[in-house]
Design a protein around this ligand. Structure first.
Ligand code: BDR
Ligand code: CA
Length: 312
């Protein structure tokens, strides 16, 4: 199985991504590292543990990482995810422990192990923990197999400002470090994630699994889709973060292009914008596989199939 670390700020869509990974035997989840983002760290690490317990996997190691971005004050998104970050279902308080080790230390230690070179990082939140790991131990950079991240938007624009997507906007300096590190990157921008929208029938298919996970995910998505529907007038909510895990399972669902990507870190107007050289108009090196399209039906079929494998 492919070894992954999931860096995350749950978040309903993060939760669905984690469940998709835990329902897939092709993936070996070495640990979840929580970061501040959608809600503060004390909630994201707790939500990560709630999800593991929901999946019947209290054995998964959960680590807490950075409490705020590298340079800027933390911006959260309770208006999207609710006060807890995971509004919708009623999930019990977790009883599984939080690991004592810091998330950044866990990432560094895992990558520096002899078999660390086979580890993929899945980044579902602001890139603070991963940037800190690169600062703390730069020798991890050539050892990382790949970073698959949800972040940015180019043709689609931003969802926090006209230019910036949430994960990059919250910690643009961290994103800048990650995109400049020479690591193979696969980027899932809003251009892709806005194409996988929930709908009444898609949520119904999940509820019909009639398991603990099925009911919880359906309740999460019903809460989550309201924000985009009310604010942007879309029909359904975008399943951003699960795209990262779906890519590892079925890359053929996606279409994209190798491009140069630079993150804006100086202009207040466009802070956190991912400037993608889609047309190759510069000579800057290609540093990311930028996805632009997804087979939405294939994605939802995969999601339901894998959620069905989690214990009832
Ligand atoms: C990203 O921001 C968060 O609100 C979601 O969990 C996702 O990672 C989308 O912009
Ligand atoms: Ca997220």
């Amino acid at each position: 199985a492919r070894k992954i670390i999931i860096d995350t700020d749950p978040g309903q869509d993060d939760a669905v991504a984690i469940l998709l990974a835990l329902g897939s035997h092709e993936l070996d989840v070495l640990g979840l590292t929580a970061v501040a983002g959608n809600v503060p760290l004390r909630l994201t690490e707790k939500n990560a543990r709630k999800i593991c317990e929901l999946a019947g996997r209290p054995d998964i190691k959960v680590f807490a990482g950075a409490i705020h971005p590298l340079m800027r004050p933390l911006v959260t998104a309770e208006e999207v995810h609710g006060e807890s970050g995971l509004n919708g279902p009623r999930l019990p308080e977790p009883t599984m422990p939080l690991q004592a080790q810091h998330a950044v230390d866990f990432i560094v230690e895992t990558l520096m192990r002899d078999d660390g070179v086979s580890v993929t990082l899945c980044a579902l939140g602001p890139l603070t923990n991963i940037a800190l790991a690169l600062i703390r131990e730069p020798r991890i950079a050539p050892r990382i197999r790949e970073i698959v991240l949800m972040g940015g938007g180019f043709f689609e624009g931003g969802n926090v400002t006209p230019a910036a997507e949430f994960n990059i906007h919250v910690d643009p300096h961290a994103a800048d470090i990650v995109f400049k590190a020479g690591i193979p990157i696969v980027m899932m921008p809003l251009d892709v994630t806005h194409k996988v929208l929930t709908s009444a029938s898609r949520i119904e298919a999940i509820r019909k699994l009639d398991s603990k996970v099925g009911h919880a995910v359906a309740a999460m998505l019903e809460f989550f889709e309201r924000f985009d529907e009310e604010k942007y007038g879309t029909d359904g909510g975008p399943l951003h973060d699960p795209c990262v895990i779906a890519y590892l399972l079925k890359p053929e669902l996606f279409e994209g292009r190798n491009c140069n990507v630079v993150v804006e870190t100086t202009s207040e107007l466009t802070m956190g914008m991912t400037v993608v050289d889609w047309w190759g108009v510069t000579k800057r090196p290609k540093n990311a596989l930028v996805m632009r399209d997804i087979d939405a039906e294939g994605f939802f079929a995969l999601l339901v199939e894998r959620l069905a494998r989690l214990p009832s």
